[in-house]
Design a protein around this ligand. Structure first.
Ligand SMILES: O=P(O)(O)OC[C@H]1O[C@H](OP(=O)(O)OP(=O)(O)O)[C@H](O)[C@@H]1O
Ligand SMILES: Nc1ncnc2[nH]cnc12
Length: 185
């Protein structure tokens, strides 16, 4: 963190992150206003602020989480940063057919299309307290599928941490675990 950033409030830091998120109307299909996390990652001071807030938020969860699950693909850019800082395992949830070994699967609906998510058997310990991390909450289909999958393999979803929440889509209504989002549209 730079000296200038140290003087900013959390609210001001979140505003800077929000200003750095680029929007792309009608991508990848008409009607979707795509919010691009990569525009934040291409701005190192803002990426540093995002990392700082994600780690701080994750550390505040009580009781402490024991594992960080990242959702393919953009959750993979953030979850390992948190896992490393907290010195707990990072576990991927991927789209169908990409993880080796025995997997458990769950089908889900997207804002556009549908998909299947998978996790490796044994990646989550029985009753382990899990933090799920992703870049964006839209319809909530992906996050709900991840929660179901983690429960299916015996984990306990303690909390979900999302950078961008699209409020109109009411995605959080689909998810029974607590969700923190950093910026909202
Ligand atoms: O709340 P939902 O409606 O489920 O949408 C949110 C999900 O959609 C995006 O991923 P996407 O499925 O586009 O996959 P990608 O990151 O691999 O491009 C985003 O990164 C979330 O994971
Ligand atoms: N509007 C959106 N922007 C970025 N990723 C998304 N995934 C689902 N909806 C999205």
């Amino acid at each position: 963190m730079t000296d200038n950033n140290r003087k900013l409030s959390d609210q001001q830091k979140l505003e800077l992150i929000k200003e750095a998120v680029k929007s792309y109307p009608d991508f990848p299909v008409p009607g979707v206003n795509f919010k691009d996390l990569f525009s934040v990652l291409q701005n190192p001071p803002i990426f540093a602020i995002l990392n700082e807030i994600l780690v701080k938020t994750a550390k505040q969860i009580q009781p402490a989480v024991e594992c960080v699950v990242g959702l393919e693909s953009r959750g993979f850019l953030l979850a390992p940063l948190i896992a490393l800082e907290l010195q707990i395992p990072f576990v991927p949830i991927r789209k169908k057919g990409k993880l080796p070994g025995k997997v458990k699967s769950h089908k889900y609906a997207l804002e556009y299309g549908q998909d299947i998510v998978e996790i490796q058997e044994g990646a989550i310990k029985p009753n382990e307290k899990v933090l799920i991390v992703d870049d964006l909450l839209a319809t909530g289909g992906t996050l709900n599928a991840a929660c179901q999958l983690i429960s299916q393999v015996g984990g306990n979803v303690a909390s979900c941490l999302i950078v961008i929440e699209l409020l109109d889509l009411k995605g959080r209504d689909k998810v029974s675990s607590p969700i923190s989002s950093l910026i909202q549209y």
